[in-house]
Design a protein around this ligand. Sequence first.
Ligand code: KG4
Ligand code: ZN
Length: 336
Amino acid sequence: MKFVLGIETTCDETAASIVADGKIILSNVIFSQEEIHRAYGGVFPELAARRHIDLILPVIDEAIKQAGISPAQIDLIAVASHPGLMGALLIGVNAAKSLSVAWGKPFVGVNHIEAHLYAAMMGCESFITPSIGLVASGGHTSLVRINDLGSYELLGETIDDAVGEAFDKTARLLGLPYPGGPEIEQLARSSIQKDSLFKPCRTKERPFHFSFSGLKTQALYAIKGKEPLERAKKAAIAYSFQETALNDLVDKSLLALRHFGLKALYVGGGVSNNQRLRTLFEEKKAPQETIFWPPKGLSLDNGAMIAGLGFHLFQKKGVSDPLDLVPFPTNKSLSF
Ligand code: KG4
Ligand code: ZN
């Protein structure tokens, strides 16, 4: 058995996990910094980086302890090295490099977005390829064709806000705390009004691209000048926003699946935590189409998906990344 330590510090979760052979999760420790960032209505990058400094070693220690192994048994260290907040990434990457030197273990930097897709593969015996992947998170919204693990073609992505970001911003307009996704989902569930007030944003001739900032603006106009809104009205806005955003994700993903004549779709990222998204996919998909979701605890940022993907990446590369590996905030290339 090969034990991989996965480290994740791309945004506001400090997380570490021990995964055996790419999919057996022995521990998955996630320290969410939500409490700290709530006061600012979103992630405050400098504070996130500082908190990662305090938390990274205790979180790694706890992951190793919970897995019931010793550092000597770890075969590989995997770390999310891109994309993400630069200050936050540096903490995880430097921790991985330092432990790599101290313990004499190889390390690999992995793509955080690709790891979100891998999370949806972690519960399965084998991966189905070719297939389609949808990443719906706070920082990204992308549709890809998965040719193989590590080989992707970008079909479309958001041209403005990521879907999770639109949830967070709309929640803020409604006076709901950060992170807004779960808050909107909960409020939407209580809505009596079930007609949609909003329309999805068009992306002209690009059928697999997304746009969510106009939807947020439609919500803004429904709220502006009408405060204080009564609870039923707020719930109707949350419901309409959620229905419009999620149906757009579902329709474009299924369009991509059918366009390429494929049958398997992997969905990852924080928004895949949304139960309504899961129901809509189940309602709209054809019987022969299968949607794969991350197992419990693997939708939001976590170290297990980093460790799992790192295992496969290292098998392919066969060598440790160099100690001068530099993290970077953006997604560098079309195929991750
Ligand atoms: O993947 P993630 O943990 O971090 C990024 O890589 O961005 O995703 C966080 C995002 C936030 O925008 C949060 O509001 C959203 O996922 N989210 C949800 C739900 N749970 C988290 N959005 C909609 N419904 C949810 N239940
Ligand atoms: Zn993420």
